[in-house]
Design a protein around this ligand. Structure first.
Ligand code: MUC
Ligand code: MG
Length: 376
């Protein structure tokens, strides 16, 4: 068994680019490869923990890019943790916040690696360190984002037939609202009797457009609409919800911090919130945002940024201990990559993704794959 010397001895960062099986198109960007920073933290006892910072198309989904994340960790964040006790997660978070403002994806990757290393050292899954798992499997949706409705219907049919996914999130906002409505009408006709459909506009609409189009989405049976308005327009989301005939709204880019969550609750701006490590700065931060949402009666949705099995496993450990995860999760990331970064990828079956067993994150970095996908 490893010794109890949990001091942080070494921190390494690697940028990787993993091609996706098809183009993934959002309102503000389109990707054919997913870029991550993989963090490896070695403790004095020799145990190594891993974490992942995901991005989507450079600094477009949020302000962080893999190049910036790596530089910030190497220059500012890693020195704040070297020599520190890895099991003092709150103290580590304070030191990271003192070393750099925001940079939440970078901090999340580091904190994940601390949790993994401590879990392995103590022989406990990360979920146990966070209070214990309430669930070990999570309903998981698939995102339709090629923009071509024929391809999207065929892709959804394949997922249904394989019993992998029966909820689909459709990315809208890359084209005009009318074109998206025509596309959604086709998808709804083909799939709505057998699947739940939700949409993500990634902030593409203004309030006037949303007021006009949201009731039509409700009419097509769309069960949830994610971030229809720009992140700054929380008051607008509140005004939309106050109007009748609207579908439920999911807050994504407007909620990074617990303070953001409180503002959304005060403005009655969302029915649910998408929880993501890259937004909340780590597992401790994710659970804080979830607690504010719970206190306000706002539902929890297990969000992603197309993580590999490393980042997805970290999310599942954080989601495992939530009392209610009303909207399930969207950790399909490992399935959209042409290859994974771990020896045994997460398991997907029966429309669910399953919490990996074993201490720490329960996934093991594959050094050959890390080398293969590492940016030279
Ligand atoms: C987002 O905005 O939700 C998550 C799933 C997906 O397809 O895109 C991401 C980002
Ligand atoms: Mg979103």
């Amino acid at each position: 068994a490893p010794t109890r010397d949990l001091a942080v001895a070494e921190i390494r960062t690697t940028i990787v680019d993993v091609p996706t099986v098809r183009k993934h198109k959002l309102s503000q960007t389109s990707v054919t490869a997913q870029s991550y920073v993989i963090v490896q933290v070695r403790l004095a006892n020799g145990v190594e923990g891993i974490g992942e910072a995901a991005t989507l198309g450079g600094p477009r989904w949020s302000e962080e890019s893999v190049e910036g994340i790596k530089a910030t960790i190497d220059t500012y964040l890693a020195p704040a943790l070297l020599g520190q006790a890895a099991d003092r997660f709150v103290t580590a978070g304070e030191r990271l916040d003192a070393a750099a403002k925001r940079n939440n994806a970078a901090k999340a990757a580091l904190e994940t690696a601390l949790f993994d290393a401590v879990g392995q050292s103590l022989g406990l899954p990360v979920a146990a360190l966070l209070g214990g798992a309430v669930r070990t499997s999570f309903p998981v949706l698939w995102t339709l984002a090629s923009g071509d409705p024929d391809q999207e219907i065929a892709e959804a049919e394949g997922k249904l037939a394989a019993r992998l996914h029966r909820t689909f999130k459709i990315k809208i906002g890359a084209q005009s609202p009318e074109a998206d409505l025509a596309r959604l009408t086709r998808l709804s006709k083909a799939l709505a009797d057998r699947a739940t459909l939700i949409v993500d506009a990634n902030q593409a609409w203004d309030e006037t457009t949303a007021r006009r189009c949201l009731p039509r989405l409700a009419g097509l049976g769309i069960a949830l609409v994610e971030q229809p308005l720009p992140a700054w327009n929380v008051a607008g989301m509140g005004r939309l919800r106050a109007q009748g005939g609207m579908p439920p709204l999911l807050a994504d880019e407007c909620v990074f911090t617990p303070h953001d969550m409180l503002a959304v609750a005060e403005a009655a701006a969302a029915d649910a919130v998408s929880l993501k490590l890259v937004k909340h700065g780590g597992l401790v931060g994710l659970r804080k945002v979830a607690a504010v949402a719970e206190a306000a009666g706002i539902g929890l949705y297990g969000g992603c940024l197309l993580e590999s099995s490393v980042g997805a496993a970290a999310h599942l450990h954080a989601f495992a201990g939530l009392r209610e995860l009303a909207w399930g999760c969207e950790h399909f990331g490992p399935q959209i990559l042409t290859g994974d970064l771990v020896t045994e990828p997460l398991r997907f079956h029966d429309f669910a993704v399953h919490l990996p067993d074993g201490p720490g994150l329960g996934v093991t970095l594959d050094p050959d794959k890390l080398r293969h996908y590492a940016r030279s």
